[in-house]
Design a protein around this ligand. Structure first.
Ligand code: NAI
Ligand code: MG
Length: 480
């Protein structure tokens, strides 16, 4: 780990004009490193560097761009231990989960490195006398504004398809977790990504983030984070008339029918709301359970919660600290609200009493039973290890409850009835549906929201289309 993280602009470490800030270890509250604070002038330098690199990078043969990204995948893997440690220290997540994220980051560069030369256009049958075809062209400078829950993985998820298709990028990582994104940019340069193609401006949302999305040379925005900030950024994009991808929050339903494999459902439903201490946009945080199995499922999850280990991410516990003190305060408030709203606490409910955990942002994995779907704890994104268990009678009620939310990012369905699985999947207002394994899928599967969870798609081959604009060329070739 470095003592200080600079901005990364045009292939070089740059001090920047702002007063450096500190990034902290959320398990202890101790400072980890100082970080350059990008001002609007620094953001301008980064965007201009990207814009200067734009034409040359777009002209590189697609298979050559792909080969560079494959080298970056190798370098991410070669540095996996160090990257995972850094991510864990900065963001708090359990080391094993951080290792998983580093491997996923490598997979993004591998998948889109391989995909770079496979995004094809179409020919359009206009009939004799004309040749008409489409091609996918890069936008130019893409602004990435990213959150703190899975920093390296989210940066890689966007950068890999964007760079593969010939775009250039300026990334603004969250102020709370900047370290691994800066390291990724260094590795990209080492892999052969030309200077200026990938720039990182560490700093704050209302300063560096705002300057970035407002910059006149930015041609597309990709934002992951809260609905409020997403909506604000969309207003900026609307004034500038540029496209954006919004990957926002969720309140995803995980539906267990009585005919399901209950052992598997309990195991996976635990992971669904506790991975990264619940700080996952697609977490399964509303557990809908059919009446006849409701008590047994809730009881078994409560037992699992009672035996959960809490600790610093570096010790690879079940539950690490929340990434920020603001998030700790927010989750703590929701834990109190759940009791006020009349939910029954069957596990957890507050901060742990263990004296060794008092300085970190720790909350116990918490299960609220007897939750009514209209309660605020069932409607609002909490973003912590907090589960709302809700009872239902039949399939129609399960679907109605699952869809009774402003969000639509993910949903889980547990059943051994093949027809029911597809029938329910078809009725859910959700960008993805996992059947008989929550989080089933990978970098290959398109990902994004319905409703207030956002729009645009990341992951999968689909992302290559979202980072390109379509051009149609029509030629009169016939006799005039
Ligand atoms: P946020 O949406 O404010 O922050 C995300 C990113 O946006 C950060 O890089 C931040 O610096 C930047 N940003 C903030 N204000 C900006 C502005 N005016 N212009 C440009 N960029 C700006 O999220 P926050 O406040 O850290 O978390 C609040 C809640 O958002 C969480 O409790 C959770 O519910 C949700 N969230 C959802 C995430 C997801 O993966 N969909 C990730 C992180 C948070
Ligand atoms: Mg914020």
């Amino acid at each position: 780990m470095r003592n200080h993280y600079d901005l990364f602009i045009n292939g070089e470490s740059v001090r920047g004009h702002g007063q450096a800030f500190t990034t902290y270890d959320p398990s202890t509250g101790e400072p980890l490193a100082t970080v350059a604070r990008a001002t609007a002038a620094d953001v301008d330098a980064a965007v201009r560097a990207a814009d200067r690199a734009r034409t040359a990078w777009a002209s590189v043969k697609a298979s050559d761009r792909g080969r560079i990204l494959l080298r970056l995948a190798d370098l991410v893997r070669q540095n996996a231990d160090e990257l995972a440690r850094l991510e864990t220290l900065d963001n708090g997540q359990a080391l094993g989960q951080a290792r998983g994220d580093v491997e996923t980051a490598a997979r993004y560069f591998e998948f889109y490195g391989g995909g770079a030369d496979k995004l094809m256009g179409e020919t359009i049958p206009l009939g004799p006398g004309y040749l008409s075809y489409t091609s996918h062209e890069p936008y130019g400078v893409i602004a990435f504004v990213l959150p703190w829950n899975a920093p390296l993985q989210q940066a890689s998820r966007g950068l890999a398809p964007a760079l593969a298709t010939g775009n250039v990028a300026v990334v603004k990582p969250a102020e709370d977790t900047p370290m691994t994104t800066v390291e990724l940019a260094r590795l990209a340069l080492e892999a052969g990504v030309p200077a200026g193609v990938l720039n990182v401006v560490t700093g704050f949302g209302d300063e560096a983030g705002a300057a970035l999305v407002e910059h006149p040379l930015v041609r597309k925005i990709a934002f992951t984070g809260s609905v409020d900030t997403g909506s604000l950024i969309m207003r900026t994009a609307s004034e500038r008339v540029i496209p954006l991808t919004l990957e926002l929050g969720g309140k995803s339903a995980n539906i267990i029918f009585e005919d399901a494999d209950i052992d598997a459902a309990v195991r996976s439903s635990w992971t669904a709301f506790t991975i990264k201490s619940g700080q996952v946009c697609s977490a399964g945080t509303r557990l809908l359970v059919q009446d006849s199995v409701y008590d047994a499922v809730v009881e078994r999850l409560a037992q699992r919660a009672a035996s959960a280990t809490l600790g610093a991410g570096i010790d690879d516990p079940d539950i690490g600290p929340l990434a920020t003190t603001a998030q700790f305060d927010k989750v703590s408030d929701y834990l109190k609200l759940g009791v006020t709203e009349g939910a029954r606490v069957v596990a957890g409910g507050g901060a742990p009493s263990d004296p060794s955990l008092q300085r970190g942002n720790f909350v116990e994995p918490t299960i609220f039973a007897d939750v009514d779907n209209s309660m605020r704890i069932a409607q609002e994104e909490i973003f912590g290890p907090v589960l709302c268990a809700i009872r239902f009678d039949d399939e129609a009620e399960a679907v109605a409850l699952a869809n009774d939310t402003q969000y639509g990012l993910a949903a889980g369905v547990w059943t051994n009835d093949l027809s029911r699985a597809h029938r329910v999947a078809a009725q859910l207002d959700s960008g993805q549906v996992f059947v008989n394994e929550y989080f089933a899928g990978g970098v290959e599967t398109p990902f994004g929201g319905f409703k207030s969870s956002g729009f645009g798609r990341e992951k999968g081959f689909e992302a290559l289309r979202y980072y390109t604009q379509l051009k149609t060329v029509t030629v009169k070739v016939g006799p005039s």
